[in-house]
Design a protein around this ligand. Structure first.
Ligand code: UGA
Length: 451
């Protein structure tokens, strides 16, 4: 099929590359010329494992452009809107980029029936809103009362950063929110290689052994939009739940790792997203939980469970600093090393990263903070160059003179580094990812979270 993707952020570029790999004729459009130039050179504007490799395998089926006039909208079968929806100060999502995309599509729609898919995480009810914008803009351009032949569908994205390629080829489910038979049929066909899992896996991304097909759920548009928020909020509260239990565990002398293992073995609970630590960060959980609370507010509804999950999460960041203070007594004038700055491993994304708050608190309390991260330092310097944090390219430099070490992001290299050669200073393991027995045998005293 002929597919257009608008927006080359995480969702857009992954969707485009996967659909091109599966044999569709894909155009990716982004108004940011720099990103388009990079993509035209075969380079990804985001750091994501396997993305460039799959892009090179799909190169003959994908093109990149920054101009709507070059996007061949009248001939396109399916258009994905995958632009950013950042948070406004009141928690609502900022829909200005979605509006711009919808208007630009409307100006160019032809006679052919077009399926327009909202892939961005838009507030519940936005599908109808996008439909209205397109119809109004189209009428405005064709003042003969003609109606455009299109349908807006919601098909939310569930990929996680760092495993985006894997999640896109081998999803747990695909959701189509629409009551238009023509759209459902077209999207079933587009997604068929994924639901049937009958494509040749890309190099380096083998199909999970037990995966033979992927469920496709068809529902109404509003329910599809709600599935995205409800899924993210559930994952977020699962993490806050384990962190709250962890706080009590550490008071009682229990170990949250054992507790989490014990509860996660219950199939009704499941063992994933039960890692206690400094809590969630990233572009999704904070933004989506805030938007869900803001939407409910419009209907005079409180969301006490989700609001509490947020409160627990954000206070977890200060807890790290308190733990460090307990160990060192005085933070002022102390040399602290922070290991990891990205919000999770395998990404250079710093949006809502716990490291930022932790670093800021430490600097406020008078500590000298050296930070290392395997890949996020360019972003860190660009965005937080004047934060008072000292960014070091070599982990040895970050550790030089350290009086305490705080592990913030569980990059595997920190677990595996040569701890023997490091002075035995207090270590706070914010992700419970270090091998405590080994560390203690070496003479380190490690404080985990909820342990
Ligand atoms: C999340 C969801 O997992 C995706 O399904 C969803 O598509 C995406 O948001 C989105 O809405 O776009 P992502 O934010 O990339 O994906 O990363 P996660 O792996 O979910 O991690 C989020 C945060 O939770 C990270 O800071 C991670 O360190 C933290 N986390 C995760 C924990 O603290 N404990 C856990 O057990 C798991």
């Amino acid at each position: 099929m002929k597919v257009l993707i608008i927006g080359t952020g995480y969702v857009g570029i992954n969707t485009g590359v996967v659909l091109a790999y599966l044999g569709n004729e894909v155009t990716c459009l982004d108004v940011n010329q720099e990103k388009i130039d990079l993509l035209n050179q075969g380079k990804s504007p985001i750091w994501e494992p396997h993305l460039e490799e799959v892009l090179s395998q799909a190169r003959q089926n994908i093109r990149f452009t920054s101009g709507y006039d070059d996007a061949q909208i009248p001939e396109t079968d399916v258009i994905f809107i995958a632009v950013g929806t950042p948070s406004l100060a009141d928690g609502n999502a900022d829909l200005r980029y979605v509006r711009q995309a919808a208007e630009s599509i409307a100006e160019r729609l032809g006679e052919k029936f077009t399926v327009i898919v909202n892939k961005s995480t838009v507030p519940i009810g936005s599908g109808n809103w996008v439909e209205m914008i397109i119809q109004e803009q189209f009428k405005h351009n064709h003042n003969n009362g003609e109606k455009a032949d299109f349908n807006v569908v919601s098909s939310p994205e569930f990929l996680a950063q760092g495993s985006a390629m894997h999640d896109s080829f081998y999803p747990d489910r695909i959701v189509i929110g629409s009551q238009c038979e023509r759209s459902i049929t077209r999207l079933r066909e587009l997604f068929a290689p994924l639901t049937r899992q009958d494509f040749e896996p890309p190099a380096g991304l083998p199909r999970p052994e037990d995966l033979t097909q992927v469920p496709l759920l068809v529902c109404d548009l509003t329910s599809a939009e709600m599935i995205k928020y409800a899924a993210n909020a559930f994952l977020a509260l699962k993490i806050s739940y384990v962190n709250e239990i962890g706080r009590l565990a550490s008071k009682l002398g229990a170990d949250i790792q054992s507790v989490a293992r014990g509860i996660g073995l219950d199939k009704r609970i499941g063992n994933r997203f039960l890692n206690a630590g400094i809590g969630w960060g990233g572009s999704c959980f904070g933004k989506d939980t805030a938007a869900l609370v803001a939407t409910a507010r419009d209907y005079n509804l409180g969301m006490p469970i989700i609001e509490s999950a947020r409160a627990v999460n954000y206070s977890q960041r200060a807890l790290i600093v308190d733990l460090l203070q307990e160990r060192l007594k005085i933070l002022k004038g102390k040399h602290i090393t922070m290991l990891g700055f990205s919000f999770k491993p395998n990404t250079d994304d710093l949006r809502d990263a716990p490291s930022i708050d932790i670093g800021r608190l430490l600097v406020q309390r008078g500590a000298m903070v050296r930070v290392h991260d395997p890949i996020a330092l360019d972003n860190a310097r660009r965005l937080y160059g004047d934060s008072g944090l000292i960014f070091c390219d070599r982990v040895e430099d970050a550790l030089s003179g350290a009086e305490a070490i705080v592990l913030v992001t569980e990059w595997p290299e920190y677990r595996e580094m040569d701890w023997e050669s490091i002075p035995r200073v207090p270590v706070i393991d914010g992700r419970n990812s270090l091998d405590i027995e080994r560390m203690e045998a070496l003479g380190f005293s490690v404080t985990g979270i909820g342990r």
